[in-house]
Design a protein. Sequence first.
Length: 514
Amino acid sequence: MDRLRKIKDKYEFIFNKIHDVIVLCNANFGIVESNRPAEVVFGYGMPVNGKKCYKVFRRRGSPCVDCPLQATYDTGKVVPIHFYDDKLEEYFEERTYPITEEDRTLVGYIIVFRNITTNIEIGNKSALTKKLIALGQISSGVAHDFNNVLTGVLGRIQLLKRTVTDQEVLRHLDMIEKSALDGASKVARIQEFARMPKSRDFQSVNLKNLVTDVIEMTRPKWKEQSDHKGIVIEPIVEIKEDIYVLGDSSDLRNAFTNIIFNAVDAMPEGGIIEIWAEVMNNITRVYFRDTGIGMSDEVKEKIFDPFFTTKGVKGTGLGMSEVYGIIRSHNGKIEVQSKVGRGTTIIISLPSARRIDREIVAKKEEIKFFPLNIMAIDDEEYILEVIRDILIDMGHQVATFSNVKEALEVFRSKSYDIVLTDLGMPEISGFEVAKTVKSIDRETPVILLTGWNIEERDDRKVASYVDYVLRKPFSMDNLCSIINESAKKVMRRIREKGEKKANNNSDTGNFPPV
């Protein structure tokens, strides 16, 4: 008897130590035996024996329609089902094992519940990761096409700005140009999707000019739309002229724009948006304070979560999470202070920067060279037209080719000072063009134009065959700067050839006529 008791105690110990929920039921769905986890998980610490299984585990008033018992009994195979418990907020797998007499009369059954929440979450994350990778590949192609379009838009705007004298037209062109540049910045962030971000070269940005641009560009939101609603929203900017931050002006403009939009949405009855800045210990703090409805602590905790929005179907939920990503990429910090009914203050901390006199920089880059003979290759005709017009405006001669094979055949028979080539083209890539050009004439500078991100595996190709990489959409200043750098190489090459020829003449005693 003692031996039987010990065996019973041993199995009860094991029965209660198993993490899965295990219960023994009779044929009428009544729970006869259960282990300790059954009481802890579904009974909330109270005994479950004597209760109906469908009431305890599924919180129903009658047997479950999807009960796997009948299917298991009919097929002789265990038929598992999965369900989500709303109260526990967890997923479970249920397996039912019939207990029968020799004549297959059902006398009861064993139910095993296993918590599979972690497995479900891992599976969801894996599926999400695959979707994100696929989305990243798709978005990269879309981003490339947008970069081509933006190249044409920016090029035409900047050419127009060189000929237009009307100040009001120039002001509008400036706004269009900045919007296009901001679009290019957004596309660049799309291209970084599902990729490891690389270090970036930031520049000195005048904070007051940046904020002034943002106020002007958001005017339709805080002025025109507000006027239409019969409310008044007034932005007040108090930033000194000599405050500079280190960053990307397009990215920061996009971040500040999102903050302004949120502030306007938070003031349905109108109000004031105050923007000011202070500099301490090489850190610039920018303050955005609105007199809106404010937010609760719960909302404040989730404000930077992707896809979180308080705007219903109108919002994408990407605004503040995008702001957070931009500021973090600038080695900055973002802080939110808010109380319901008392408005919100957003504090952006960014590395300070020294002033750079851009007029001096521009003058240094406006170096005049003799006209160069340049070959431009791109499968998009409108891109070629923009490149041609910009280079002609600089005083150079340009031959454009949309057919890569034709361009290479011409290069073999005719000399060009510089070759510009797109990266992604049908049949022959820009890398192959660069390789062929260098095999014919190693000294010819090759400029690679690309709307794609150049992967790390392609860095070696760039180092071997490409002199400069110009990312689309490029500005006239960027193109001019790279052309000027290439021109220096061309001039150096001509000078070295001249010196070599002079030395040869000196060695042979044949002097050129005076």
